[in-house]
Design a protein around this ligand. Structure first.
Ligand SMILES: [Zn+2]
Length: 480
């Protein structure tokens, strides 16, 4: 470890202590003590459901939940003793939800990048870095993530989720997929001598019986979702469609979906091209990830079957030049697919999902918003895709994704108007998750909450969250 990176590691620990200690204290009031209350004064409120913002609103928070929302003047009268948080110069929104992340991956443009990570970094090391990724996501305004597989890091996502839930490290609410699935020979690491036993980026399974057992095993160890790699080897066919090789037989796909659903888990399918999406839809999966090659027929089937789509646009742009092949063309195909999907009634099923981790965590996930708007959504539609729509994908609409009584007090704020310039979401100034403030730099500084904080240390914390990792990035959209 270089001196600079050692120094950064020490700073990270210092920053953790500053961010976490007060937050943890607030999270666990003494037994019998009344839950702490806070009244937020919102200049404008985008609640995640309504089509227009409302001005001069108040949000009353008790403990980790929202208990009332309404005109500020009204709420102020019945919020005696509550802490006041003045965001009257800002736009307040629900905490953002990213339904496709990889906190255990640090960017992977080429196969060599990916292999290096699995070969040279231990799972404990990768998990330490994942804590930084999780904190980065939170400070960027993402209060919930669906983390769609660990890329060879086994069940480390479950451990990170537990540590966040217990207040050990700061991070978003997590829904995790653990190891993901592909069949023999269809996922990295590939191309090494047969004499070597190489690590796998997923859990390798073949045949329905093995699949059922493996799904049970992942659920046993904490999987909230089951992730399946449906296809690979993408190519543009003569008819202009993006085609691919399908990873599993129909019988195998069915086994995933039946077993997962029987155990109360939903299935996310990595399906980039026509053949992969077709097979995944025939099996009855719940979400399509990437879907660059969606065609009108597939889009109609998704709408009919109520299947969600996480387009992950920016990661495709990010890796295309480095990967070559069909990848640059896929950007244009996905742009077309996005426009067609909007025209054919798919809006309520398009969920914000970025594949962060497929690109370095130093890139702000919120860049995805700009592409969604450029491809045809209004800023409000893009915001809903990352709030109320994303919460529905997770079956969490009663807890997440909207500013309403009963929901978690997950709130963010921007200084400028995100409806005028959606890139404002790349400059989030205030982050509250579960009633605890993790970021508050509305006067140009990053307080990172809580009593007894040191502003200097808080600033170092913010800087650390942006620190570029030392090792080169790694690749997973993978299975090229
Ligand atoms: Zn991914």
């Amino acid at each position: 470890m270089s001196r600079a990176s050692l120094q950064r590691a020490v700073l990270a620990l210092v920053a953790f202590a500053v961010v976490v200690a007060p937050a943890h204290g607030q999270a666990t009031p003494a037994a019998g003590a009344p839950a702490r209350r806070a009244l937020i004064r919102a200049g404008r409120l985008i609640d995640g459901l309504a089509d227009a913002p409302r001005s001069a609103q108040g949000v009353l928070v008790e403990g980790e939940r929202i208990v009332a929302v309404g005109p500020y003047a009204e709420l102020a009268g019945r919020a005696e003793g509550a802490d006041r948080i003045d965001l009257s110069g800002m736009t307040v929104l629900p905490g953002l939800i990213d339904n496709h992340t990889h906190v255990l991956l640090q960017g992977d443009i080429t196969a060599a990048d990916y292999d290096e990570q699995l070969l040279k970094e231990s799972i404990p090391y990768r998990t330490i870095r994942a804590t930084v990724a999780a904190r980065t996501a939170l400070l960027n305004g993402f209060t919930t993530i669906r983390d769609l597989e660990t890329e060879g890091a086994m069940y480390a996502d479950v451990d990170l989720k537990t540590a966040i839930a217990r207040g050990i490290v700061p991070g978003p609410h997590m829904f995790v997929a653990t190891r993901a699935f592909a069949p023999t020979g269809m996922y990295p690491l590939l191309g090494y001598s047969w004499e070597l036993k190489m690590p796998e980026g997923v859990q390798i399974v073949d045949g329905p019986d093995e699949i059922r057992k493996a799904v049970r095993e992942q659920v046993k160890y904490g999987a909230d979702w089951i992730k399946v790699y449906a296809d690979r080897r993408y190519y543009v066919a003569a008819d202009g469609r993006l085609r691919s090789w399908v990873n599993f037989t129909d019988e195998e796909f069915k086994a995933f979906v039946d077993e997962a659903h029987r155990l109360g888990r939903k299935v996310a399918a990595h399906a980039v091209a026509w053949d992969g999406v077709d097979a995944a839809l025939r099996a009855g999966v719940n979400t399509i990830e990437h879907g660059d090659g969606l065609t009108p027929d597939l889009i109609d089937r998704m709408v009919k079957q109520h299947v969600y789509w996480c387009p992950t646009i920016y990661v495709g742009v990010y890796v295309a030049q480095g990967r070559g092949g069909a990848w640059p063309k896929m950007i244009e195909l996905e742009r077309q697919a996005f426009g067609v999907a909007l025209k054919r009634g798919m809006l309520p099923l398009i969920s914000f999902g970025t594949d962060a981790g497929g690109y370095a965590w130093t890139e702000n996930q919120a860049k995805e918003f700009g592409y969604m708007v450029k491809y045809g959504m209004t800023p409000m539609q893009a915001i809903k895709s990352a709030t109320s729509v994303a919460a529905r994908l997770l079956d969490q609409e009663d807890s997440l994704g909207t500013v309403a009584p009963g929901r978690y007090a997950d709130l963010i704020a921007t200084k400028g108007d995100p409806l005028a310039d959606v890139a404002e979401l790349e400059r989030v100034k205030f982050v509250m998750k579960g009633g605890l403030v993790y970021r508050n730099d509305r006067r140009g500084r990053n307080d990172n909450v809580g009593e007894g904080r040191s502003r200097g240390a808080a600033r170092r914390g913010a800087a650390e969250a942006r620190t570029r990792p030392d090792s080169p990035p790694v690749a997973h959209l993978g299975a090229k």
